[in-house]
Design a protein around this ligand. Sequence first.
Ligand SMILES: [Fe+2]
Length: 400
Amino acid sequence: MKALKPRTADAAAGYLAVRAHTETLAAALSPEDQCVQSMADASPAKWHRAHTTWFFEQFCLVPHAAGYRPFDADFSYLFNSYYDAVGARHPRPQRGLLTRPSAGAVGEYRAHVDAAMADFLPHASAAARALVTLGLQHEQQHQELLATDIVHAFWQSPLLPAAIPGWTEPAGAAGPTRWKDFQGGVAAIGAASMAGKDGHDFAFDNERPRHRLLLAPYRLASRLVRNGDYLDFIEAGGYRTPSLWMSEGFAQAQAEGWQAPLYWRERDGAWHQFGPGGLAALDPAAPVRHVSWYEADAFARWSGARLPTEAELEAACGDIAEFDSHVWQWTASAYLPYPGFRAAPGAVGEYNGKFMINQMVLRGGSAVTPPGHARPSYRNFFHPDRRWQFSGLRLAQDIA
Ligand SMILES: [Fe+2]
């Protein structure tokens, strides 16, 4: 628990650094950009800025900072995401209709809460400091969502603007893909405590408890599946071959006309990809991204392979390159509670536990994950048809 009791100056600096990064991302966006909601899954940038602020107000300041007065009594209704224990909230699909408060007023809200947090942090109890840490990890998750959501919004624009000016696409690595064998056996998976493991100073509740399980011998590809590999799948008719697909996935691919990953566009006879920097020529050596679990699973089957389980990836961490690389890696694992999982008491117990159904786990990290946020035991999760995250895959095989 050492990292949950940092010196006051470190705690204040850490808080301000995370908060500042959100504002850096938002600074490239106009007030109009910040209000757009392109689909129900995505939230406006302004909403992300306000909701992350509300999290500190609701879970740190209101219960723990004596005399704190909320900035605006209506904001809990507007910026509560999904916490039923806190109360009623604005419908998620209508977040883009919140023209007020303005982007500027949200900035004032952030400043109000930051000032109160600066006063509060030196006196915070251990329990309150743990909530501050959770709030900072939460804000980092929303930084990634802010980036992925605005990229999706800008994809709707004929102008195809850059969401992150100056963004450079991570270069793909040359060279062949190799298989690396793992003997399996009993593996210990998960984080031992809230303080994480292997030098990491935090873990979410969904990474606990650490537990043992049995892995059969398996092999993993040395690198992630690349755009060039995926082009071969497309050209081989992968999207038109139902035997490669889960039934639900093939039906959705047909209904929505999927013929390539999200954000791919053919222009002048060549594939391009839209990303945080705008539209650019597709790099065949870069990891494929913006594929759903269904596409990743179909690609793996077409390749004579399969998706790895989350335990296989975690047990292999340190022995495979690109673990914390450019894209999240879909796994064969359903997002379920680990044996003995207990949600935290109170409203923050809703953070992860109530979503452990109908979603698939992703491991690793992406080019828009804030540096230092993810770790080997980190469990990301999305529904199997979602494509707007930076989601790709690594192949696995059984060793007969
Ligand atoms: Fe949130």
